[in-house]
Write a protein that binds this ligand. Structure first.
Ligand code: ADP
Ligand code: MG
Length: 163
């Protein structure tokens, strides 16, 4: 496991982190990515995902799919799936969503509130912890797989080390 801590001074920094993650995933030609996003309401999970989605060339609005649980952004060769499981009452609901399909092809999944679906999600590559820091935010990106490890290394190179 390795990790990087970054300070995000404003919303643009949070969006930029999402975009950087997208370019790293493209650079590494990752076949799949599962990222768990942790943090209180308003910590910036959806904002970061917006940058990630835009980084893959999808334009327009990115809102949290609170009621639908998942918002797909699909291209020919790959898809980005944005999950928000805050309102998931029972993890078995995920079976009705056809959750296996989301993880079977080349997909990059950003998952808010993953703990609501404990035991029903594939093993994560990254855990992204977003924290309040006064008016700003802090983020810790932690690797949980070989792919995650490569991503964290590249993130350190592009953002430098910070506390
Ligand atoms: P979450 O999905 O974690 O509930 P959102 O991304 O929906 O959070 O909301 C985060 C809020 O905080 C938005 O109003 C956004 O403009 C703001 N925000 C995002 N990143 C930062 C930052 N680094 N510093 C200050 N405000 C931020
Ligand atoms: Mg959200």
């Amino acid at each position: 496991m390795n990790f990087v801590k970054l300070k995000l001074s404003n919303e643009n920094d949070t969006i930029a982190l999402g975009k950087t993650l997208a370019s790293i995933v493209k650079e590494l030609k990752c076949a799949r990515l599962i990222a768990f996003l942790n943090g209180d309401l308003g910590a910036g999970k959806t904002t970061m995902t917006r940058g990630f989605v835009h980084g893959f060339g999808f334009e327009g609005n990115v809102k949290s799919p609170t009621y639908t649980l998942v918002e797909p952004y699909e291209a020919e060769e790959f898809a980005v799936y944005h999950f928000d499981l805050y309102r998931l009452a029972d993890p078995e609901e995920l079976e009705f969503l056809g959750i296996r399909d989301y993880f079977s092809k080349t997909s990059y999944c950003m998952i808010e509130w993953p703990e609501k679906a404990q035991g029903f999600l594939p093993k994560e590559d990254l855990v992204i912890n977003m924290l309040y820091d006064g008016e700003a935010r802090k983020v810790e990106v932690e690797s949980r797989s070989d792919t995650g490890k490569k991503i964290v290394e590249l993130l350190k190179e592009s953002h430098g080390k910070q506390d």
